[in-house]
Every structure is written in structure tokens, then in C-alpha cells.
Design a protein around this ligand. Sequence first.
Ligand SMILES: [Zn+2]
Length: 428
Amino acid sequence: MNTNRILQLSIQLFLFVVLILFSGFSGDEKNVVSKKRLDPVDSDNTNLNTNPDYLNRYKKIETYIPDENTAIKHIKIAVNIFTGPGTIQNTATSIDAINQMIEWLNGFYTNVDSATYPIAGVPWLRDTKIRFDLDHRIFFYEGTTLYNNTSQYTLERHIATVDSSRLDNLNIYITAGGKASPYSIPPYPRFILKDGGDITSSSLYANQGVYISSITPSYVNAQTLAHELGHCLDLFHTYNPSCCHETCNASDPEYLYDLFGANPPAYCWEGGGFGCKITLGTNTCTNNIMGGNNMLNYYFSPMQIGKMHRALSIKSVRKYVKENTYNAEKFEIDQNETWNFDIRMYSDIVIKRGAVLTLKGKILMADQGAIVIKRGATLIVDGGVITSTGQTWQGIKTEGGKNKMKRFFEKKGEVIFKNGGEVKNARE
Ligand SMILES: [Zn+2]
């Protein structure tokens, strides 16, 4: 048996275990997660990174909470339907219904509801600034038995044989109704940079997806997609009983204090589940997107929104964001920092006077993005690499300054390369 075959079998076994685990939960449970996801110890590589700059700024959820000036991040999705008895068929009506489903999905991310259990002082962010772009990528796979299959791995492999470029999208897989409950697929965005050891596909380049089993695209499917895509964007459940919760440990930097309160109350986690009864001002059951409830609109807390944007910067799901996503707001560095991690940036990076940015990791720049080194600032590319998400990026600009006195006292912005550090795909 070769390694691939062993891997394939272990994946099948793994999925089987997952489904068994899942079937132990109530019928209202909306998704399935990996055994690893259930592990209370976050074993991703980022947690092994003890660099204080990483811990205090780039791993911090608050860093990523968008404001009114933040550009919307568009995620490329595709809907893949495996047709057969009991499935959606390739008709104009089905295509309309799928487009409608995605429109509803985007509605949930565009119109954030107010919290049914608000925490004092927490602002209401009306828009997640995240959208899912279908752009007519609806694909039907006819004449196979895959309409009966519930394994995203198998479905994904089939898509790759038809057109591997379809894997550049965050894929939604639809098979015949009544086959299995919806789930989102590992590798989860937590598992980045390096393997934890037991899932070899857990890298920044590995694929994610959402599986649903449905006879006809509906509002319920849109609700499910909104929730499952939340998982792909690194959100866990807020409710119990369920698998895979957000932490209730208030000393954990990942603790969502804007959702559970400054100290975790006895009801962290919330109660809930599909169809639970919401009472305003109580959090036994809420309208949170990860509360597993069926709502016309959902609440996302600012920390949850920040967590999703963080995933789109430092976790695997970021690879699905459209290449030209660019934020006109500049990202400023005003003190010495070392970046030993891998980050996708959506804005210009400005290194301010007196600051030194040492790059040991990797930066992916937007097409329109540049790195500006102010007078008296330094960029040291120390074994790191700066490259583009798309074709090219705008490159490094060192600022001179017109003031003669300033020029005398402060040297021009400087770039130093060492230990094989390099810049790629920069516009000349
Ligand atoms: Zn879930």
C-alpha cells in the first residue's frame, strides 16, 4: 500500500468516524467537525509562535475588526451539483434558485442583526465586510453515482479531474437530499503553516468546502451555508450541546468577551440549536450566527467579525479572496517589529520614521499594494519573502522627503536583504 492509499483510507475512516460522531448529536446539529477540531488544545502552528509581535498584534482578533473604511473582502465560491435521482437538475429554474440562495447567504453577511443578548458597550457592526461571489460558477456533474456520495474529498477529487481550476474557489458541494447533514470540511483555517502531524493537508494551501444535501436550494440552505461558511472562516459554536465551541476561558486571548461578557457566565456556552426559543435579553438561546438557530438575520459580534477577517489574513481560507481586494486605509508600523509568520495584506504597509520591520516570514501583497518606507525607517528582509497574491504588486517605495534639514538628519528609508530574503513579482 503506498502512502497516498494509506492517506486516502485514513481520510475515509476519519470521515466515517466524523459521521458517526455527528449522528450522536441531535438532528438539529448543523455541522460536523474533525476529531482534531474537538481537541480543546489548539494545536496549530500559530500557537507555537511565541513572537510577542505576533501574539500582541497579528494573532490578536481585535487587530482585524473592520471599520467603516475597511474594504469588503470578496470570497470566490462555486456551487457544484452532482446530479441523479433526488437532486437538483440542470435547469434555468435550478440556477435561479441557486443564485437566490447565494443572495440570501450574502444578505446574512451584509445585514448584521442586532444582538438579542447585547453586551453593554459593544458596538453593533452592521456589516461583516465579507461577501461570497458566485459569478456564475454553478457546475453540474452528470452521469456519475456521486450524487449519493457524502465525502467532500471524493467530490473534490472528481471536480479536479473535470477542471482543476475549480478548486481555486471555496466549493459548495450539493448531492441528493436526505443523504447526510451539512458540514464544513477540514482543513480548518486554524491548521495553518505547518502540519500538526496527523492531517497532511492542513496547510495554508489546502482546500476547504461546505457540503449540503438538498433536493432544492432554499432559505434553510442559505442559513446553513451562512453558518458553515462561518466555520470555514474560523468561527466555532456559541451554543451547547454541540461539538467545537468557542472558548469560555476568559483568560484566553481567543475568548469572545463581546459575546459572552467580560467574565464567562454560567451560560457560556449558550443553549440553543435549530429552532430554540429566543427571548430578548437572555442568552439561553440567541440569534448568533454560530448559535445554530434559524433566523431571518443573524448577529455577528465584532470579535467574531474580526476573527473572520483574521482568518482571511493568516489562515488557509484567505486563498479564496479575490486578488484585487485592496484597502485604501494604510497599515502603519511605528515601532520595531519582527514578522516571522505568513500574512496576506490588503493595504499598503507604511513603516514610519524610526521603526524597523524585520521580515523572516512571508507577506502576500495585493495587486495595488505597496510598502512605503519613510525617512529614517528600515525594512530588513531577513530570509523572508514579499510577493503578490495575483500577478504583481506595486513594490517597495523609499521616501526621500523635501525638507533639507530632515534629509540632513535622517537617512532615506532603507531596505536591507539578508539570509536569502527576497522580493518577487514587484512592479518595476
Ligand atoms: Zn456548526
